[in-house]
Design a protein around this ligand. Sequence first.
Ligand code: SF4
Ligand code: SF4
Length: 430
Amino acid sequence: MGARSRLLAKLKAGEDIPGTGITLRRAPEQLELERRRPLSYYRRVLYFCGKCGQCRYVYQDAYWSRVCPSGELRKFEAYYLGGKNLLLWGLLSGKLEWTSKAAEILYHCTLCGNCVQQCQLPEIHNYALEWLHAARVEVVNRGLGPMPEHRRFGEWVRREHNPYMEPHSARLSWLGEKPKGKGEVTYFVGCTSSYRELEVAKAVVSLLKSSGVKFTLLEDEWCCGSPLYWTGQVDVVEELARHNARELEKTEAAVAVTSCAGCYRMLKQIYPEVYGVELSMEVLHISELLLKLVREGALQPERELSWAVTYHDPCHLGRHTGVYEAPRQLIGSIRGLELREMLRNRRNAWCCGAGAGVKSAFKQLASYAASERIREAEETGAQVLLTACPFCEMNLREAAEKAGSKIRVLDITQALSYSIKASRSEASQH
Ligand code: SF4
Ligand code: SF4
């Protein structure tokens, strides 16, 4: 046997090389894991984490930009993914105790997935979001969670079907006349556009009307379940999913469209994958539908807006469901808009800080993350920061106002609506 063959044989066997202190080992094959399993299922993989800290930075960019709002705010290892992995391994191995502090650390995270995007260990890259969510379910099962603010909105969703402490009867109060009859498209409005960011809902309805597409709304829309699901309050989510699916099917539309990235992920991914609730219609984000309508000529954004804009990728829409280009192409279809990308964009986008129960329970974290994003948007020289989710828009706008920033925060539906309305009013002047 030649030297090379001997070395390969040792490599296979994982032998020591005498006198060198080196043990040759082959890297294990990548483990195929199942999704949506209880936390204990992932125990053996948690210790794969090498605590190398790569998940703190965008390793693909020259500046090694930071990615984790939770860790960057607290500046303590436990709040980064590496620390959370070690914490969970300790908890599952019985080396650490389940305490309210452990629960607080696990909830102090937007589940944005930017850390997971950066980690190149396949099992962590592919599955860490599974255990970060499963950890919250475990915390709830152990009576250490959710956080009091989460429990409060959870009770309100059970009672009035929205997390904003608003009456269910006021859900459509922003809408003038409800579209009559059935439509090709059903607009699932979502709680944030129904109760807080009414301008987004109004822009969507105005655009659908302008396009001539026949559309309708649900007779009885309930919260999609996103805030409960991501805070580990999963017991009621299946009921919400089945209710909304029944209501959607009643409309007999070919397309269900959402303007909220969180609702989109629930209808498109969580309802079928977790609860087996398959819709017979196609689920689209509003950016995808509007882009199609613009390309078909049903919508004509003719008026030049002359704005330099930048675009914030909502985590639910980008990293979690892969819709990166439709919003950018829609922006590109509006004459006069110049898109200036932020350094951290698409898969590496810094989170707005609102999601997964953070805005209600950890206001400092939500505000810190959004103000960082506003600063990054300002660095592009853009006058307008566009996004494609009313929840991101709300958090970013509040941060811009708090910082006294001149940048204007808008949803892409609003920008398109201005362009269409402007062209219509211009036309009527001629
Ligand atoms: S999660 Fe990945 S990148 Fe982060 S410390 Fe662990 S191995 Fe390193
Ligand atoms: S999911 Fe986001 S907030 Fe949570 S640890 Fe990872 S990067 Fe930090």
